[in-house]
Design a protein around this ligand. Structure first.
Ligand code: SF4
Ligand code: SF4
Length: 410
């Protein structure tokens, strides 16, 4: 075992007690991340979904009907909320739900509160070591083979791990302990279907989210198993264990936007992220900037389009509106209480702030790649006006999505 393969204590002296190491400060700066002395790690118990199970501020019975709609929906007449829409959405979640439910008796909710349980143990043999740069290239190739659309690698950063895990049985907390030595983070991005995202808000559009949750659950199991088969540890996590967005930004996959998403060059905000923590020696990627912060400073389309006005219109702040916000990170922070309340009213998640974002474009087309490039220049104001004038971000009728599929003979 060489030095880079040896487990080490993950807690840097005094960190995360508000004293970033100089290397952390440097890479934070490059990523546009600003952490203040008021920083404290986020408790998973304060996540909005978990609060709906214990916090009186959230109407628990209404929240229950939201969760119930994923197994026993109550279709309505409105376009996008009919039986076929809920049928498709709920089918899209089935794989992720299967992983989430398989450890319920032992108190686990894999992918949401707990990491995905490995299928096979770590192999006892390791192949001949290769340079971390070579291994990173190989892992990216394998990750794409197993369905990831984006892959980046950065260092493990304890600040983004939940301070504790939510215990859904007693509504309290339990420790969020990781095996030692997992010093690297592989960040995976899974693009969401644009034709569905454009139909937000609707149960139909929510299929885009469920499909990628299910997709990433299977894909993460395969990628992490490959690493374990090489004789290294790999902890695959989706929404559980740690925040994903700071890792996506650090690994060079996207820039942080006003709508609280990591906006990618390839797919804009239409991406689901997950992580694998590992001790496999890997080289890291650098954060990448392409003008999102500057564009968000002049654009407020997500905030103006948000029905419950949950997205801030002002500058980034280190103070969030309520306990569902991490403290001590200077950023745009949505009011998750208002947002979740709106989801509950819909019986479905809402992605209007994803749909209307000027970065929600098909960048496989050269014209939109040029468009994106100009959004990152001093012409950004003009591009924003153009975006509005050309009607980008308008809602696609869910009925049209069904009709188009039929017309195409799909
Ligand atoms: S998901 Fe919908 S309700 Fe929530 S912040 Fe975005 S636009 Fe607002
Ligand atoms: S809609 Fe505008 S302000 Fe909101 S995230 Fe997208 S670019 Fe930024």
């Amino acid at each position: 075992m060489n030095d880079s393969q040896k487990p080490r204590n993950l807690t840097v002296d005094g960190w995360p007690a508000n004293r970033p190491t100089s290397s952390v400060s440097e890479s934070d700066r490059a990523a546009g991340i600003e952490v203040t002395g008021n920083f404290s790690r986020f408790s998973q118990r304060n996540d909005m979904f978990n609060r709906s199970r214990w916090d009186d501020v959230v109407d628990g019975s209404k929240a229950k009907s939201f969760f119930r709609s994923h197994t026993r929906p109550k279709p309505r007449r409105g376009d996008g909320f009919q039986q076929r829409d809920f049928a498709l959405r709920n089918a899209s979640w089935v794989v992720a739900d299967t992983y989430a439910n398989r450890g319920m008796k032992e108190g686990r909710r894999e992918g949401f509160l707990d990491p995905l349980e490995p299928f096979f143990p770590v192999a006892e043999m390791r192949p001949e070591a290769v340079a971390p740069e070579v291994m990173s290239r190989q892992i990216k190739r394998i990750a794409k083979l197993f369905g990831a659309d984006l892959v980046g690698i950065c260092e493990y950063d304890e600040r983004w791990s939940y301070a504790d895990r939510f215990d859904f049985q007693n509504k309290g907390t339990r420790p969020n302990e990781l095996p030692p030595g997992l010093v690297h983070c592989i960040v995976l991005g899974y693009q969401m279907d644009k034709t569905l995202v454009d139909a937000y808000p609707s149960a139909l559009a929510s299929t885009a989210a469920g499909k990628e949750y299910s997709h990433e659950a299977g894909s993460l199991m395969q990628i992490s198993q490959y690493i374990r088969n090489l004789g290294f540890e790999a902890l695959a996590n989706m929404n559980d264990t740690a925040l994903a967005i700071p890792y996506a930004v650090k690994a060079g996959l996207g820039e942080y936007g006003r709508n609280q998403m990591a906006i990618t060059e390839e797919f804009g905000p239409r991406v689901r992220f997950s992580k694998i923590f590992t001790d496999l020696p890997l080289a890291h990627d650098a954060p990448k900037r392409f003008g999102v912060t500057e564009f968000c400073e002049i654009c407020r389309r997500c905030a103006e389009s948000c029905p419950p006005q949950a997205i801030p219109t002002g500058p980034p702040s280190e103070h969030g509106p309520n306990r569902s916000a991490i403290s001590g990170v200077v950023k745009w922070t949505a009011d998750c209480e208002k947002c979740f309340d709106y989801w509950v009213k819909l019986s479905s998640d809402c992605g209007i702030c994803m749909r209307v974002c000027p970065y929600n474009k098909d960048f496989s087309r050269p014209i939109f790649r040029l468009y994106r490039r100009l959004m990152g220049t001093r012409l950004r104001g003009l591009m924003l006006r153009l975006d509005k004038a050309l009607g980008f971000g308008a809602r696609r009728k869910p009925k049209d999505w069904w009709d188009d599929a039929e017309a195409a003979g799909e």
